[in-house]
Structure formats: C-alpha cells, structure tokens
Design a protein around this ligand. Sequence first.
Ligand code: PLP
Length: 371
Amino acid sequence: MSQIPLVDLKAQYQAIKPDIDAAVARVIANTAFIGGKEVSNFEAAFAEFQRTKRCVGVASGTGALFLALKGLGIGPGDEVISTTHTFIATVEPIETVGATPVLVDIDPVSYNIDPNEVEAKITPRTKAIMPVHLYGQIANMDAIMDVARRHNLRVIEDAAQAHGAELHGQRAGAWGDIACFSFYPGKNLGAYGDGGAVCTNDDVLADKIAKLRDHGRTSKYSHDEIGYGERLDGIQAAILGAKLPHLDGWNDARRQHARFYDEALADAPGIHTPVAAADSRHIYHIYCIRVDGDRDGILKQLQARGVGAGIHYPIPMHLQPALSHLGHSQGDFPQAESAADSIISLPMYPELTGAQLEEIVVTLREVMGAG
Ligand SMILES: *Cc1c(COP(=O)(O)O)cnc(C)c1O
C-alpha cells in the first residue's frame, strides 16, 4: 500500500533542484544573508505577481499581519473583526498589538467570513476588518469592501493561503488596504524556512512597514521609532525568487486536480465537494470536502489506508482555550462549528499524479461505502 501525503515538498524540490541549489549557493557566495538584492528583487517580482504597487518582505505571515496592524496604527482600545474559522495566526497579531479580536461566523458554502455577520459586530471602536482568503479562495470582497466603505474601516486581507488567487480577475492586495502573505513551506509559494510579505498599493504604508520590520531604522544606527526584528532573509528570498516563475503553473495544476476530485466525487453519497464562487480563481491551497456521518472515523480509515487526509481546522477560534477571555461558548457560531465537525482536507499539491488521484478517490468511495 502506497502512502500519499497531504503535501509533498520533496516532489517539488526534486522537480526544481538545480534552480534552488544555485539560488542558495549564490547567496552564500555573496554572504548577502540579510536584506540586499535578493530581497529587493523578490519583492519587486512578487508585487508584479500580485499586481500591487509594492511588496515588503518580512519574517513570516504572522509578522506580516502584525506589521500591517501596526502600520495602520491599530492598537489598544481598537476592535478588529475577523473570522472564527481560520488558523490562530490570523487572530494572534490582533492580540499582540493590544487590540481586541471580534469574531464572526462563516458562510457555509465558501467557508469564508460571512459579510452579513460583519456589519452587526461594528461598534464605535471597530477599526478594521480582517477577512481570510481561506483554502485559496478570495473572500466575498464585494460585500466586505461595501461594509468597510460605509463604516470607514480599514481592510487587512489575510492572504496566507491565496498567492495568485483571483476574484473578478483581481488578486489579493487589490481589494483592501493591504494583503498579508505567508511563505511557510507548505503554502502555495513556500520558502525553506519561515517567510512572509505584505502587498499594498499604498506607498506610505509600505514605507512604514519596511521601517518597522527593521528596528525602525532610518540609517544603520539611527532609529526614529521602536521597530521589530521581522526581516525576510536572503536565502529565503532567493529560494522564493526561484520558485515564483512556477507558481501560476503550480496553481493551474492544483485547479486541475480539484476538477478531477469534483467530477470523480460528484455522485458519491455523503460527500460534498467545495464550491468556487462565480468569476473566481480558487487556487486550492486546501481541497476541503464535507462528509455526512462519522467524520473522525472516516478520517481514521483514510489515514489507515495510506491517504494523508487532514482537518483544517478542527477547533474554531471562539472555542480555543487561548481565546477564552473573549467569552464565547459552544453554539455561538453554528456554521463554523458544523464545518469543523464535518470537513476533511484531501491531499493537494501540484505534483500529485493521476494514479495517486485515482487511488485517493477509490479509497474514499470505499470508506464511504459507495463502492
Ligand atoms: C499560515 C497562515 C498564517 C501564518 O503564517 P506563518 O508564516 O506561519 O506565520 C496566517 N494566516 C493563515 C490563514 C495561515 O494559513
């Protein structure tokens, strides 16, 4: 029985090994470990890829969200509205800057923040909305931007799972004030360590974040405000630069695999495949299905038969012990709770083969008793 992992970083490295090895060797030969040309070249290339005016490379996706909040002047006394169905790194930076996260439920079809729920949570303290483009699908930005404009709120896009995703032909960073990316190794564009970036059309904000990431520096030993150690390093930038030309193709491969799953599972009883919004380019960071019945049992059987399935995410933010001070309890966000209890992520990465996809589908149908 072969093992099919959820994500296969080795397969990708094997496919582009000479380029990656050369990029790393070049940085070491130049001892350009922090800042420098590798970082600025990658920033220019990624800004072009996301079609924003500016990109500032930072140390992680979490750092990108933190610096976006800092850059927009959000802090103690402010409220930021975000989704309960996400990875905790969406919410942590809101706490880190001293603001209060205000969680809302999701739209059960897209799993993204429900714009109708956002408006009800706006108070005089609300400063920003932080939608997450979850699983690689841009959130309902038409509705979110409409709410934001009417209430004069900032919008910070958590685009950690959405490099190259589109809605109405526009990529993350075109909608809100700023989009925040993670280059965690398993993301659609992944470094070989930690990395992140912000993309924005706002020059003032980009300059501010570029200063904050590097100790508030104006020159080597002159600092005009307290900043942070949140720089992207040269080796990661060089690796990301070598990978970026492949990214649209890799995203296309993911979309093709998703179509295969969609079609092969369309008539399978008890399985609900994901739905991409009209006029959108979902880039399937995660291919998330819902199952009827005993989800945990189904997941265990899949794993026992060699299919590396997972759950993203099993516990919504409002039920996390770390966020118990927000005062939520079971039942507060029924759509997110229902999703958390019924979702399964199937293996998804560009290098998945036809034979692997077949095996996953056959195994899943057997487990579900569909034959
Ligand atoms: C990965 C991720 C982050 C955090 O990125 P790191 O680079 O790991 O700090 C934030 N938000 C979401 C939705 C993510 O998936």
